[in-house]
Design a protein around this ligand. Structure first.
Ligand code: FES
Length: 582
């Protein structure tokens, strides 16, 4: 390929974005070429091939992503095979089990890292390697704001946990084991042994938690290849999929097909419906809202209820059901689910391998109707998210019906209020706590700004004294999120949050709260005059950070109904022509 120079900086007239660096004449091309050659690349590699960035969230601090460097090698092989020039680069990783106060506080930071790294470098297309919960939305958000050709490759779920003849699902069974230990049904030694048995391979949580949900939605929305969601992390077919992504991204660059051409409104509609069918995580709500905001796709909180309302949950996986991702993969994975939903999907939505989602899923079969249930025998007839509104949540709140107890979906109960997560932990097991099975547990100051970072504390463990009485579920209300592996009648994402004076801040122990999911209502039965008095007396909590990223987060984070993105990151800036700096 020839690159005739067209200005004094030796700028090439044609070809790819990376040509602005590598195909310039004179010193402006000498410098990037020469220094890249220090890594041992042959000159042909720098001669007009599309440069494919491999954006890697590998980290030993993120156990779920520990195999991503291996997968990166497979992506590279595919890129080379297709005639591209692969360059792997790291971005900040986000490991759920270790990061404090919560990975959600850093999702936007990683999205900025991805966006600015892509834009600042000679990258024509990108393969995103993600796994643990927030890494998927963070990488997609960053790439979306650059709007370059993109494929997401997930790390895949870990192998099933096994303990004493019992299958252990990440997170979900941890919550159960914790309750068994707290009520004396298992010993400390047994708890320790279960701890080692639950997480026994590379990969992300193998329940339909947030990681599996986001990997599946990436597949459903066409930005991931078929079976991206469910292929186990250590299965050789995960490596093959990575190699295929490497081949395909080169073609996307040559055709100029960018992420915004794949992630259309139709893709988001399919994402919401598939989330209902797989019993996906509540966290998908904020992540898809934020991603749509980057892409300028018209998509809002109400869409989650409207589009997902009548979608049955077909996939019988924990936390809502019985099985785990390995069984889901063996049963046929997402193509089989989507084929069963065919009549409700936007079949013309494009996919990264070319063609449409309708073509991708045509004829896909389920090999196990216990795991991927038929439409006439769903796990839950209505599996989508419910969006609640009312005087307690003027801008909305959500509940996941497939994880909730049907008997509590219409409920009127007395609030037991915890001012903070620390207050909750300190008092929940107090034998003198004035609480019964009909009470509504309320947690404040766990929203985007309040905690900050909207941690996954919304599924509040039940009081020990009620667990000992055999109580298994209660209505819980907060401005927090909950783990994708958690379950219960849990109202989340209340907006506006309490820390900025939302009505949740005004609730006091003893107030009556009404949850009426049929009417999509969440109400506080306190008269307006009393609420006005409480509002006038409201004192916002001290911000948790006065400098650094924490302050940036508190100053700019939006509420849950807007996806918890920063106000200044909404939208995209593309990849405008670069300025040379030497
Ligand atoms: Fe990483 Fe669950 S902790 S996916």
């Amino acid at each position: 390929m020839s690159h005739a120079s067209d200005d004094s900086t030796g700028k090439p007239a044609t070809a790819f974005r990376s040509s602005e660096w590598f195909a310039r004449a004179g010193k402006y091309g000498f410098i990037p070429r020469s220094w890249m050659k220090s890594q041992g690349f042959v000159p042909e590699m720098l001669d007009g091939r599309p440069v494919i960035g491999i954006c890697n969230t590998w980290s030993e601090l993120t156990n779920c992503n520990r195999h991503l460097r291996d997968l990166a090698e497979h992506v590279k092989r595919g890129v080379l095979m297709a005639g591209g020039f692969p360059l792997e680069f790291p971005v900040t990783s986000l490991g759920e089990p270790l990061m404090r106060p919560t990975t959600m506080m850093f999702r936007n930071l990683v999205a900025m890292d991805v966006e600015e790294t892509i834009r600042a470098n000679p990258i024509d297309g990108v393969v995103l390697l993600a796994g643990c919960d927030k890494t998927t939305p963070a990488l997609l958000m960053g790439a979306a704001s650059c709007d370059i050709p993109t494929i997401l490759v997930s790390g895949g779920p870990m192998l099933n946990g096994r303990f004493k003849g019992r299958t252990l699902g990440s997170g979900t069974d941890m919550f159960k084991l914790d309750e068994e230990y707290r009520t004396g049904r298992i010993s400390k030694a047994e708890l320790d042994a279960a701890e080692a048995a639950m997480s026994r391979s590379a990969g992300s949580c193998m329940t339909m938690g947030t990681a599996s949900t986001m990997a599946s939605l990436a597949e459903a929305m066409g930005i991931g290849l078929p079976m991206n969601g469910s292929t186990p992390a250590v299965d050789s077919r995960r490596a093959v999929l990575s190699e295929q992504a490497g081949i395909r991204i080169v073609e996307l660059v040559k055709q100029g097909i960018t992420i915004s051409q794949i992630l259309t409104r139709e893709a988001f509609e399919n994402g919401v419906k598939v989330n209902g069918a797989i019993g996906g995580s509540t966290n998908a709500v904020v992540h898809l809202l934020a991603l749509a905001g980057r892409l300028g796709v018209p998509f809002n909180l109400e869409d989650w209820d409207r589009l997902g309302r009548d979608i049955p949950t077909l996939v019988d996986l924990k936390p809502s059901g019985r099985f785990l991702m390995e069984e889901f993969f063996n049963a046929g994975g997402l193509p089989a689910v989507m084929e069963r939903l065919r009549d409700r999907l936007k079949l013309d939505a494009p996919v990264v391998e070319g063609g449409t989602i309708g073509e991708r899923i045509a004829g896909a079969e389920s090999w196990d109707d216990e795991v991927i249930r038929p439409l006439d025998n769903p796990l839950t007839p209505k599996g989508g998210m419910m969006v609640l509104k009312g005087n307690l949540a003027p801008d909305g709140a959500i509940i996941k019906p497939s994880a909730a107890s049907p008997r509590l979906m219409q409920h009127r109960g007395r609030a037991v209020v915890f001012e903070t997560a620390e207050d909750f932990r300190a008092r929940i097991d107090d034998p003198d706590l004035d609480v019964d099975a009909d009470s509504v547990l309320v947690l404040k100051n766990a929203g985007p700004r309040g905690y900050p970072g909207m941690p996954e504390v919304g599924s509040m463990a039940l009081p020990r004294k009620l667990l000992e009485q055999g109580v298994t579920d209660m209505v819980r209300v907060s401005d927090a999120r909950m783990s994708g592996t958690a379950f219960g009648t849990v109202v989340l994402h209340v907006a506006p949050e309490s820390a900025i004076g939302g009505p949740l801040a005004l609730v006091r122990t003893g107030d009556i709260i009404v949850l009426d999911t049929a009417a999509r209502k969440l109400e506080l039965e306190v008269d307006e005059a009393e609420l006005a008095r409480r509002r006038a007396a409201f004192v916002p909590p001290q911000p948790a950070f006065e400098r650094g990223y924490g302050k940036l987060f508190i100053d700019h984070v939006q509420q849950a109904d807007k996806g918890v993105d920063f106000d200044f990151l909404v939208g995209a800036s593309g990849t405008p022509p670069s300025k040379v700096s030497f």
